[in-house]
Design a binder for this molecule. Sequence first.
Ligand code: MIC
Ligand code: SF4
Length: 646
Amino acid sequence: MGLTLSQKIITRHLVSGEMKAGGEIGLKIDQTLTQDATGTMAYIEFEAMGVPRVRTERSVAYVDHNTLQTGFENADDHRFIQSVAKKYGVYYSRPGNGICHQVHLERFGIPGKTLIGSDSHTPTGGGIGMLAIGAGGLDVAVAMGGGPYYITMPKILRVILTGALSPWVSAKDVILEVLRRLSVKGGVGKVLEYTGAGVKTLTVPERATITNMGAELGATTSIFPSDEVTREFLKAQGREQDWAELAPDTDAVYDETIEIDLSAIEPLAACPHSPDAVKPVREIGPMKVDQVCIGSCTNSSLRDMMRVASILEGKTICPSVSLAIAPGSRQIYSMLAENGALAKMIDAGARILECACGPCIGMGQSPNSAGISLRTFNRNFLGRSGTADAKIYLVGPETAAASALAGVLTDPRSLGKEPPIDLPDHFEINDNMIIPPASAEEAKDLAVLRGPNIKGLPVAGPLSESVSAKALLKVGDNITTDHIMPAGSKILPYRSNIPYLSQFCFAVCDKSFAQRCKENGSGIIVGGSNYGQGSSREHAALVPLYLGIKAVIVKSFARIHCANLVNAGILPLVFENEADYDGIDQMDELELKEVRQAVEQGKTVTVMNRTKGTSFQAAAVLSERQRRIILAGGLLNDTREQNGKV
Ligand code: MIC
Ligand code: SF4
């Protein structure tokens, strides 16, 4: 029986487990990446492990999220990451060099290698044929130390692409179509493998747009084959030697298959407040628009920027629209400056931002009250833009630019003939914003520069025999990590200060949650399905831990968040019978009877509802390794225990 593309890469990197869907596998990791909003914590955790140098083939630390320096905090964190990277063997991409996923694709990604990153959009690397997976910071720290990365062996979903995209339709519309069909839960436990004759019609950055937003499906990752198009891209980056051909076997067996005719796709938009609330732009109609933002790790390639410039050329944006553009990397920025495209954008009235995440993570450019903002980004979760009542629509760069000119949502096909864009055979290569690490010898004397905003890590205790606590919060389906631990320019500078962050936990849903936790000392969270979707931020586990949360009982979990809960030492439980969710009210007194014994024996946990006088069963869906971690009170405690045994 032949293998699919990801099964081939997994086979070459398998260090434990069997390649059977549903079981836990351990993978050797070749490359890691971190960004600054999750990186500070990941390097603090790496230091806590006491490993003298990273043991990967390549580890890169990017600074792209917290670039707005309205106080000392972000600048201190940048300095910390730079010094820690130099000492421990990590390449450092300076602020101003671009968004981690875009730069990694350009300068470091290698087909067939494994990459984990402390950012949920790490699967961008799948555009170049990498097995690239988003993870919590602690898992990345472990991989930097040479340890395996554990995931549940995913099912393989084959996406057959046929035909070619019509004019004015682009890669964003393809992934929005996938989201429309599969929903934000549709990729959970799966890898999406793109195959078919349509693949060769898409450039690497277009493929990366598609794999990037596989994160919004909840997928473990998404991947394209490495073919002649990939070779051309790497050659243009001066890295042809990194190319290798990679394709699935012709007799590969897939768990599921869907087919997408690229020529049938039209411009689409994801409506507020979920990336799967997708409708054709033409159906939504000419809605008035207040703001347009173009960029983010999803749509900031040279191709996207050139397309936008070609639409804006010689025109002026609508007076009632604010247009912000952030190219994805310094390479792109510089090439746009050289070839005149930047001037076209500036002349049309665009506000040009530095190449960073910026508005995508609420670092500035929050829309006006109740504003309608069209964004080429990947997430439109409630409140993420920084304006609580704003409405965010996710669109492709063509729709975004056309709408910025018209002032209303505009189907770009109404613009007439699509102007051609010239893409170069060679990109401008200048790595002077990437600082290599010190040699092992030099590193010994290097100090790590720590600012006053770096506070200690909360650590759980071993799981107790039984847990009694109130259901301090009850929430519904599709809760994101942006709900649990919001981001934005005011909160993000405190990513290494858990006590400060804790006051904002769940504030989007319930402003009094943190206070309730303090008053009660300990608690349990009850949630619906797909709990913890979205960002990989482990803060969404560390902060509840700090607030005394012992367990989270839900209908189902999103992958990265569930792993982060286990790593932190919070017990993730799933209702055996979903209807039991309805039988709990917020503030009910719950008891997890003899929970330690149940976890030890891999049995379901009996939950007694003392307030209602009822009981139900909940499963701790944990591998043997994870059971050990939960019993020990988190991954750091477990690692210490395991090291003590050696
Ligand atoms: C995001 O897009 O939500 C982020 C900010 O990039 C996060 C990481 C973080 O919260 O720092 C992600 O996607 O993992
Ligand atoms: Fe940055 Fe936005 Fe991409 Fe997250 S989704 S890495 S915030 S650009």
